[in-house]
Design a protein around this ligand. Structure first.
Ligand code: SF4
Length: 244
């Protein structure tokens, strides 16, 4: 099975448990206003590679993964290449390597995606906006799909970490953050919730692609404010007894 890979980050520590190799797959059907990786949108771009060849390449890092780490498939949207991802995760599982999906959860639950989830050990699920209107307006997709996906993760008991980018004036209210904790409490698969700061380092990518960055007018999120919101979130999660 051949897939398309945008890039590989050999060893990262922010996209799932432990030390991980992160593979960014090409192609994304969403257009999030804050997207950091517009260069991954094109499903026809990137390097074509056999799942077996990619698995072999990733196995070379196995010694660095330790007991917790492994491989994270990100993008783009990895669910767009579910068959390829599923074959890759099968091969990694045979080698004893932990697999994580970093996804928007926005695609319909097809049998191919079900097969991918059969071999997925952990999920990072972006819950980008808290209500359906904002979700549709600023990402072009349906929040309902994400919630259906999350329910499927519950059913399968796949440990899941929710994530959201803190965007000044859009997703940075205390209510928004506490709402995320409440959502976590409704879903037994959720083991943690993480806030990420809105950054504009991606501006040069938009310039190179000659497309406007929709949130260029907003300031970046301050680290102190994101830390404060994360502390508020963690305190609420502790009350709700949700922790990794
Ligand atoms: S899902 Fe991710 S890659 Fe796709 S547009 Fe949104 S932020 Fe960008």
């Amino acid at each position: 099975m051949i897939g398309r890979v945008h890039s590989i980050q050999s060893l990262g520590t922010v996209d799932g448990p432990g030390v991980r190799a992160v593979v960014f797959l090409s192609g994304c059907p969403l257009r999030c206003a804050f997207c950091h990786n517009p260069d991954t949108w094109d499903p026809h771009a990137g390097e074509e590679i056999e799942a077996s060849a990619l698995a072999e390449r990733l196995c070379r890092f196995k010694g660095y993964f330790g007991s917790e780490g492994g491989v994270t498939l990100s993008g783009g949207e990895p669910l767009m290449q579910a068959k390829f991802a599923s074959e890759l995760f099968h091969l990694l599982r045979e080698k004893g390597i932990h697999s994580a999906l970093d996804t928007s959860g926005c695609l319909p639950l097809t049998p191919e995606i079900g097969e991918l989830l059969d071999v997925t050990d952990y999920v990072l699920l972006d819950v980008k906006f808290e209500n359906r209107e904002d979700y549709r307006r600023f990402s072009g997709a349906e929040l309902g799909r994400v919630l259906d996906f999350l329910s499927e993760l519950d059913r399968r008991k796949i440990p899941t970490r929710l994530r959201r980018v803190v965007i000044p004036s859009m997703t940075d209210s205390d209510e928004s953050v506490l709402g995320l904790a409440e959502l976590a409490a409704e879903h037994p698969s959720v083991v943690g919730v993480e806030l990420l700061p809105f950054r504009k380092l991606c501006l040069s990518k938009y310039e190179a692609m000659k497309i406007p960055f929709p949130l260029a007018h907003l300031p970046e999120a301050g680290y102190d404010e994101v830390r404060r919101l994360q502390a508020l979130l963690d305190a609420h999660l502790a009350e709700l007894q949700i922790n990794e």
